[in-house]
Structures are given as C-alpha cells and as structure tokens.
Write a protein of this length. Structure first.
Length: 249
C-alpha cells in the first residue's frame, strides 16, 4: 500500500525522495519503496525522517509502534504540569517565544495576559519578517460559545466579549504584516493552546474556573509521540474553520 502521508509530507516540505535519501544517507530506491510499497523504515531512519519533515512517527507510520510504546513515548512529551496557568514562570514564556523560529500559534478567546509582555508586538513582527509563521486565534465576540463561557465563569454574559475587543485592539497593529494572520473562531474552547515550534503550553479549561486558575501542560514534541500532535491537530482544526478578522474603522 502506498504511504500517501509520507509522500504528502515530502511535497509539503518541497523535498524529493532523492533529496530525502541523501539527507539520511540511504539508497534512493529504499525511499521509493517506503513510499510506493508502504515499507516501514528502521527506527533510526524513522526518527530522522520525522525530524526533517516535522511530523510525528505515529502519523507517518501508524502501525510502526505498539499502542503501549506510543503511549509511553507520549508521556515523555510532558515536560511539566502546572496546577494553574498563572503558575507557569514568566521566564519560561519569554524563553519559548524568544527561541521560536518557525511557528508561533495561539488559540484563545482573549489571552490578555500575553499583552503584558513588553515588546511583544515588535517581537512577533520581527519573527514574521525572519520567516516564522504567526497564527493568532481569538474568540468571536458574538459567538454563542463565547457568551456561554462568560456566563459559566459568573462574570456576566458579555464580559469576555468586551475582553476580546480589548485584545484585538492591542493586536491590530499586526494586521497586514506578512507572515502574521489573525482570525476569530466560535468553537467551544476546550483548551487554550500556545505553540512555539516544537514546544507548547496547553491550558485545559475547567468549568466554572478562569483560564488562569486552570492547569497548564508544558509539552515538548518527540518524533514518536502523539500527545503534542493531538493538540497541534486541534489547533489546525479550529484554524481551518475560523474567519480572518475584519477590523472596524
């Protein structure tokens, strides 16, 4: 069976089978067999390919790892669990953001705490100019899920909507900057997600609790893991159904 996932990942990265073969020091015919015949590479090659293509091994070769092994590796993707998001050290946020060169993704309703970082807009602008892809997802102020969330937190039905207006006003200076996209969504926010290349802070939400008081997970992607990829896929799913924000004059 053809490995369409591997073929597609190569296309996305602009690599040919011959180029991949050269980078991992194998015969080009071997790479062709991995694609056209669905052969599974040895673990050493899988690790290298996953790193080059920035995909997980479990995505490229779903049957290569047993469920128990995949679960074990995924557990290793958890760097640390914080009881509350506001317990995540400020210098960790700064470090993750400063080191990111390829992806900076943010999925929130509001995310106002991020605006407290001096020079945030200039930093994001600079990263975009250097080639990073910046994707910022805020809540749709009029969405049913947003109004319900505000009610559930006991702060009134329109308080989060007002906070969203404030956050978008802050980030408006990034509108139109090449490499930076800002969208709004109306999904139920099960988690806030902050991705910085291959590291991520996930803030699972708890009914009746403010996001700052809910737990936070610091994740680091491993090629054979599945936890990081699960949340990255969730971000993508929301992004694809979100709408580019239309700014009012």
């Amino acid at each position: 069976m053809t490995n369409e996932r591997l073929r597609d990942a190569l296309l996305v990265r602009g690599l040919t089978p011959d180029q991949l073969a050269e980078r991992i020091a194998v015969d080009p015919k071997t790479v062709e067999r991995w694609i056209t015949k669905g052969r599974t590479p040895y673990a050493k090659s899988r690790h290298k390919i996953a790193a080059i293509l920035q995909e997980s091994e479990s995505y490229l070769w779903p049957d290569a790892l047993s469920e128990a092994k995949a679960s074990e590796v995924s557990n290793s993707e958890i760097v640390k669990v914080y009881a509350h998001r506001n317990s995540v050290p400020a210098d960790l946020w700064d470090k993750l953001l400063a080191q990111a060169t390829t992806y900076v993704d943010m999925l929130v309703y509001v995310g106002m705490f991020m605006t407290e970082k001096p020079g945030l807009l200039e930093l994001l602008r600079g990263k975009a100019e250097a080639g990073a892809r910046i994707r910022l997802l805020f809540g749709d102020r009029d969405a049913t899920a947003v109004i319900q969330r505000s009610t559930d937190e006991g702060i009134g039905p329109h308080t989060i909507s007002a906070k969203i207006d404030h956050a978008l006003a802050y980030f408006r200076k990034l509108d139109g900057v090449p490499g930076i996209e800002i969208r709004t969504h109306g999904t139920v926010l099960y988690n806030s997600i902050f991705r910085f290349d291959d590291e991520m802070i996930v803030n699972p939400h708890v009914f009746g609790k403010m996001a700052a008081h809910a737990p936070a997970l610091h994740l680091r992607r491993l090629s054979a893991g599945d936890l990081f990829t699960t949340y990255a896929d969730s971000f993508t799913a929301v992004w694809e159904h979100a709408q580019p924000h239309k700014w009012e004059d």
